[in-house]
Write a protein that binds this ligand. Structure first.
Ligand code: DGL
Length: 267
């Protein structure tokens, strides 16, 4: 069986393209429709109810594109809204929290895991709750790093200031003797080097984007929804604000040029 409908992915903006990059790597034949809610980002500082409302609107938009499965690439939206969203829609909807939590729980040897994310993701304790469901023995240490998102969006991931800010945020975590850290935000996979410079190379960094791509592959194949046509999949990008700025940063996230990005009104 082969299902040629696209996978839908949404995020508050650009960051979800780290998930798209991994989806393209692990599921190269799948078409992807990406929606970045650039007019309304950031989600990380908004209330749970607002993020839930935006998420439902984003899903309704993707459903109009005839998607077969939806990946909520945004950690904040996954933490705040996934449970409620899943109750309201029939198609498979995958968030980033549970695959990332499962991967961290399987990696840790000393049962001490760190989580970093936006304020809302950390406030929700979503990663911690998922990890505790897997093992009560694991101790979880969570810290929000709100300046990381704007630094990445400025293209400053490699600048000295980012290394300095990483030290301020992560030095308390460096004292907790963790052996695994979940990069619990779409933008953080681009900050592996500054994070590792504070925590040391021994701490394993869990990129939830990669965990999600593997999980999506399993769900598609178990449900008979994979696209088995051996043709490289297409990526279509939609945003809710002017696409000009999006393109440059998006290419940095994806690691390749983007052809067309369409602005949509009234999501
Ligand atoms: N996409 C968000 C996340 O993964 C980060 C950007 C935002 O705050 O909207 O939590």
């Amino acid at each position: 069986m082969s299902d040629r409908r696209p996978i839908g992915v949404f995020d508050s903006g650009i960051g979800g393209l780290t998930v798209v990059r991994q989806l393209k790597k692990h599921l190269p034949y799948e078409d992807i429709v990406y929606f970045g809610d650039t007019a309304r980002l950031p989600y990380g500082s908004k209330s749970r109810d607002t993020v839930l409302r935006f998420s439902i609107q984003n899903i309704l938009f993707l459903l109009k594109k005839n998607v077969k499965l939806i990946v909520v690439a945004c950690n904040t939206a996954s933490s705040a809204a996934l449970c409620d969203i899943k109750k309201n829609f029939k198609i498979p909807i995958i968030g980033v929290i549970s695959p990332g939590a499962a991967q961290a729980a399987s990696i840790t040897r000393n049962q001490r895991v760190g989580v970093i994310g936006t304020r809302e993701t950390i406030r929700s304790r979503a990663y911690e709750k998922h990890i505790k469901k897997i093992s009560k023995e694991i101790k979880v240490f969570s810290f929000s790093c709100p300046l990381f998102v704007p630094l990445v969006q400025e293209g400053w991931a490699g600048k000295t200031i980012t290394y300095d800010i990483a030290s301020v945020y992560l030095e308390p975590l460096a004292k907790k003797n963790i052996d695994t850290l979940i990069l619990g935000c779409t933008h953080y996979p681009l900050l592996k080097a500054p994070v590792a410079s504070v925590l040391g190379r021994k701490v394993k960094l869990v990129d939830s984007a990669e965990a999600v791509a593997r999980h999506t592959g399993r769900i598609l194949s178990d449900a008979g929804l994979s696209n088995n046509k051996k043709i490289r999949g297409k990526l279509s990008c939609y945003v809710s604000d002017e696409p000009g700025n999006f393109k440059k940063v998006a290419e940095m996230f994806l690691g390749h040029k983007l052809k067309r990005i369409e602005k949509v009104d009234n999501v």
